[in-house]
Design a protein around this ligand. Structure first.
Ligand SMILES: [Ca+2]
Ligand SMILES: [Ca+2]
Ligand SMILES: [Ca+2]
Ligand SMILES: [Ca+2]
Length: 376
């Protein structure tokens, strides 16, 4: 594959980063108000969901322990801990599945470097924006927590069950004590108020814990089974992320659609495939999709017409990074099939508009791709 552009983030520029972050604007209050009614409906739905779902509230003792744990008062340690975090792969999966093309602007290429805890974002002007945030054992868990339309830098530290967030709207830091060691971060906008929820899926009891951004209430619901992988996304297109898992043992997606509070399953691919949920047909609803490393084929089911599409893309050693990567050659609302190749740090993006290749170098081996709507 031919490289069309070449940008390698090698060194930090914190001054530039601060300057960029300082230019962020606040979201208009009008938008917030306009969402109030929908927010109320979302709260009600989640309460119903939490009450009647599969045994809903899990152990109150355990839940109390989560909520009552001491809130951190210190910034993330600059000293990397020793053990690598295996949650990286899951974090990547969760991130790519929360893209909502109709509501969100296109994604920017970005990587998080565990060795230094530095984020490298390639902005629309093809400039590098950096931010040091987190340490090597953290799990990158970006999301738009303040609802200004820009993704916020965030890491989840399992050892302390803490989310460390830099709000893009004003640059302030927020610590949220939510979750514990072993939890998989699954931030997404579950209540549809335009702000991502701090949320985790706990493999040990297959429970989702969600702190609703609309009212601060914490809800939990059992959904999934041992070995599942959380893949929250808006499958029914109502503007609220749906709780969902990929069950590898049966090659099936299970999702609880927020619109009708209805559980739906869909089998696609085979055991060993990797979930790569996205809105590939651009109809505003996330599509079930898997990627098979043995033959490099992506199998995508269109939510619009139920058709199945197979696309051969990338190599087995690549990291799947589906997203809406618009450039001059592609400006539609469809998710692009894309991979990031660690060995060379190159993003190989298949433009959804015409199937052509965009190859851009960004990042180096050891980085974790974190494409999102950074807009810095
Ligand atoms: Ca934000
Ligand atoms: Ca929300
Ligand atoms: Ca939904
Ligand atoms: Ca779709």
């Amino acid at each position: 594959m031919k490289k069309e552009e070449s940008y390698k983030p090698e060194k930090t520029n914190s001054d530039q980063s601060r300057w960029k972050l300082g230019k962020i604007t606040r979201q208009s209050k009008k938008n917030r108000k306009a969402k109030n009614s929908r927010r109320a409906l979302a709260v009600l739905s989640l309460l119903v969901l939490a009450t009647f779902g599969f045994g809903a509230w899990s152990s109150w003792h355990e839940w109390s322990a989560i909520r009552n744990s001491a809130r951190p008062t210190t910034a993330p340690s600059p000293v990397p801990a020793n053990q690598p975090a295996k949650e990286y792969v899951y974090a990547g999966s969760a991130l790519i599945s929360t893209v909502e093309p109709f509501r969100e602007p296109p994604s920017d290429l970005a990587v998080w470097r565990p060795s230094s805890g530095t984020w490298y974002v390639l902005n629309a002007a093809q400039q590098m924006v950096t931010q040091q945030w987190g340490v090597g054992t953290d799990v990158p868990a970006p999301g738009d927590f303040d609802g200004d339309g820009k993704t916020d830098f965030c890491v989840f530290r399992g050892s302390t069950g803490t989310w460390y967030i830099i709000k893009s709207s004003d640059g302030t830091i927020q610590y949220v004590s939510f979750g514990t060691s072993g939890d998989l971060p699954a931030a997404a906008d579950f209540d549809g108020d335009g702000r991502a929820e701090v949320a985790v899926w706990r493999p040990s009891n297959q429970t989702w814990y969600i702190q609703q951004s609309s009212n601060g209430a914490a809800v939990s619901t059992v959904f999934g089974t041992v070995g599942d992988k959380p893949v929250p996304a808006d499958f029914d297109g109502d503007g609220r992320a749906d709780i969902a898992v990929w069950r590898d043992s049966t090659a099936t997606f299970w999702t609880r659609k927020s619109g009708a509070d209805q559980v739906v399953s869909y089998s696609i691919g085979q055991t060993g495939d990797e979930p790569v949920v996205g809105d590939y047909d651009g109809d505003g609803r996330s599509d079930f999709a898997v990627r098979r490393k043995s033959d490099n084929v992506w199998r995508i089911r269109s939510s619009a017409d139920g058709s199945l599409t197979s696309i051969n893309w990338g190599l087995a050693t690549d990291v799947a990074v589906p997203g809406r990567y618009n450039d001059s050659g592609d400006s539609d609302a469809r998710t692009d099939v894309a991979v990031w190749r660690p060995s060379e740090g190159v993003w190989y993006i298949r433009r959804s508009s015409d199937g052509s290749l965009r190859a851009t170098a960004w990042g180096t081996a050891g980085d974790i791709p974190v494409p999102a709507n950074w807009r810095r």
